[in-house]
Ligand binder design. Sequence first.
Ligand SMILES: Nc1ncnc2c1ncn2[C@@H]1O[C@H](COP(=O)(O)OP(=O)(O)OP(=O)(O)O)[C@@H](O)[C@H]1O
Ligand SMILES: [Mn+2]
Length: 547
Amino acid sequence: MWEGTMKLRLRGVLVVCGALSFCAICLTFSRLPIAHERRRPFLPNGHDVKRTFSVDSGEFAHIFTFRKRLNKSNYSSDNISPEMAKRAMEVKANDTNEDLKYQSDSFNNDNLNDTNLRNQRPNLVGSYVKNSQLNLTSELVDRMLNKLQTSNGLKFNFEKTRNVPYRNFLKLQSKRIRRRGMGLPIYENYNGGPVLANWERFHKGIHQFGLYDGDDPAVNGIMDDMANQQIVDIEQKEGGTQLKLIVTFSDEGQALFKPMRHPRDQETLPNHFYFVDFERHNAEIAAFHLDRILGFYRVPPTVGREVNLTHEIKRLAEPSLKKTFFISPANNVCFHGTCSYYCDTSHAVCGRPATLEASLATFLPPERIAPRKTWRNPWKRSYSKHRKAYWESFDDLCGRVQEKEPYTSGRRLLDLIDMHVFDFLTGNMDRHHYETFTDFGNETFLLHLDNGRAFGRSGHDEISILAPLYQCCMIRYSTFLKFVKLYLGPEPLSVLMRTSMARDPIQPILTESHIRALDRRVIRVLSTIHDCMQDNPYTDVIIDDFF
Ligand SMILES: Nc1ncnc2c1ncn2[C@@H]1O[C@H](COP(=O)(O)OP(=O)(O)OP(=O)(O)O)[C@@H](O)[C@H]1O
Ligand SMILES: [Mn+2]
């Protein structure tokens, strides 16, 4: 009797449990598409995303990570790596120190807490050099500036802004020339849901004249997110010569991951050509800061992060990537992935013992919904140890380029010159191609992706990177004014860069000699412009721009 009652009770409990689990499963499944849908941008008719996703998951990963993640049996939200735990502790300890967060006011170093920021990293930067101690002047440049000021005091009133901090100068300038062009059509009607993640706001904010605006809070938000959010998926990025990963964060944002290959102070080996040089993760980060300081906004936001190769990478990797992991004789965790050149045991990246630094660059919207066009750089190098490129032997490339679309009119040639001036500052000789967003047509900015081979030789200024500048003898007016401002101060480029990069989680990003090289190169750019003005009227050299 008693046994019978118990059996009945047990059956009742089982029925109730079964019903409850069934409800829970139903509820989960009914919610999933909603959560998934929320992140899904509006897609034009006929775009079958699902099909594309199964063909090329890399392209569409951004939108479909939610689904992908559910398939990962090894994902559990409470599985926190030692790096994550350490970061959480640091953030908690520094909760009141606003400096640790990326602030919209990226150049404001008034209350920079240096000791706090540099915590346990090696002190590569050394002592700060006071602005007044930097005695970087050039008679040639001074003469050029004086001449310009006397011949056209209205346009070249350098004295007027001499004491204005660079940050305010940039704001004033962008107010004068700011034209907000069209956004990406795909995001026009995209509402996404009640709360947009920072990466969604960033994608929505991309416009015809830049990836973002200088005062866009989403940029600092993304940098915080990339530095701190939990990594929930890892995928190898197809294409390219070196190992790269696509990282997905808990808010479904994604980033391009480039691992640390060398210590910061290891310069390009003297017998290495630019095209065999390893990529440097810190160069990607520094290039982003430089681009933002120059007010170009053409490099996707990039941060550094320490990752645990076992917890944050291997655990989430596909079997094909997983099997490239091994333990080195020194007992460190290493992996090499699969790619066309440097992906074998002798080129593996290794942690210490499992911790490795990497750069994380915010992913651009998937190509399928915001297609990009890749353009060959007319001043591309030969990528051969035996041959020279045309422009290295002849001086008339500019005229020829200007005969061809899209260089015949509009902003393209000035953008290309900006890009080379930027690459000269970073020492990047590896600019074989550049990209634009197809939707914006030709009157749009150039994306400066792939800066991994920059900052290789701090003692050397590769003047040939300036070829488009000295062969065309042209520069955009606003870019010229920025360089003059960086030359005149009050803050030189080195100080602005040091301050900006000090907020990165893996700072110091550049060695002091690389930072100081920037001031020297600013003068080199200006003296190249000076030389151009010896042979050409300044009105032909400094080209007015309203973009
Ligand atoms: N932030 C980004 N978001 C989306 N796609 C990106 C991003 N950065 C780079 N890419 C794409 O990935 C490709 C490879 O990246 P990158 O050029 O940095 O790697 P790489 O290994 O140096 O390639 P390569 O050897 O061809 O120079 C780029 O051509 C670009 O199309
Ligand atoms: Mn590259």
